[in-house]
Design a protein around this ligand. Structure first.
Ligand code: PEP
Length: 255
């Protein structure tokens, strides 16, 4: 059985005073309710060190990005080795905002995944189509291309520790959510066709595939009840303690 994951992507939000209070609140919620799922928080880079201390191990800490380079003269970049030295367990790689605003290519994302794994950081690999790509019936082709490039150097040994997040671009931050049936269809395609053709049936069954795109307390349970949806990558709702707690609770109930 796959343990569900709820991961919060804070993006470029919150001053430290508010971030600290949210971290303390999440920590208290998780320690009190002991949910039956994994919880990951991905705050901005400067908060990672404090986050690993405040969250005392029950909630894992992830970064929102990672450099594809190992070390050296790459001003402004943060390497996997640096993140690992702060007990960061996960890195979000290939978020649609990184792809569209910062022009990250499929190949670059593959390099980031490779470097992260080499330095013992597990990846949350994002994929997803634009509205235009869905309307022209190219959504599966696009997701396949994105994932094949991202997983190009991921071996059988490492795949089960990586997490995939299907995030249709048209659903991110828009209030628009893929229907549970639409999300399940894509998750099943990712597991049974993309992962299975490379890693076989048993390993594909072990990979957690999260849904992301306007997940909120009111729709989380229905989405997480689908057989191939193993939790969520949460943007906006991860900034509100009560909403995030309620989504964690939905993942725990549907485990
Ligand atoms: C995201 O940015 O990964 C995301 C899913 O955002 P939101 O939940 O706000 O749509």
């Amino acid at each position: 059985m796959r343990t569900k994951i709820v991961a919060g992507n804070w993006k470029m939000n919150m001053k430290w005073v508010d971030a600290k209070s949210l971290l303390l609140g999440i920590n208290q919620y998780v320690n009190t309710h002991k949910p039956n799922c994994e919880v990951i928080v991905c705050p901005p880079y400067p908060y990672l060190d404090n986050a690993t201390e405040i969250l005392s191990g029950k909630v894992q800490v992830g970064s929102q990005n990672i450099s594809e380079y190992e070390k050296g003269a790459y001003t402004g970049e943060i390497s996997a080795e640096i993140l690992n030295s702060f007990d960061v367990s996960y890195a979000i790689v290939g978020h649609s905002e990184r792809r569209s605003i910062f022009k990250e290519s499929n190949e670059q994302i593959g390099e980031k995944v490779k470097t992260a794994i080499k330095n013992n950081i597990n990846t949350i690999i994002c994929c997803g189509e634009t509205l235009e790509e869905r309307q022209s019936d190219n959504h599966k082709k696009i997701v396949k291309e994105q994932l094949e490039a991202a997983l190009a150097d991921v071996s059988d040994k490492d795949i089960a520790n990586q997490v995939i997040a299907y995030e249709p671009v048209w659903a991110i931050g828009t209030g628009e959510t893929a229907s549970p049936a639409q999300a399940q269809e894509m998750h099943q395609f990712i597991r049974r066709e993309i992962l299975e053709s490379k890693y076989g049936n048993d390993l594909s069954d072990k990979v957690r595939i999260l849904y992301g795109g306007s997940v909120k307390p009111g729709n989380a349970e229905e989405l997480f009840s689908k057989p191939d949806i193993d939790g969520g990558l949460i943007g906006g709702a991860s900034l509100k303690e009560d909403d995030f707690a309620s989504i964690i609770n939905a993942a725990s109930r549907t485990q």
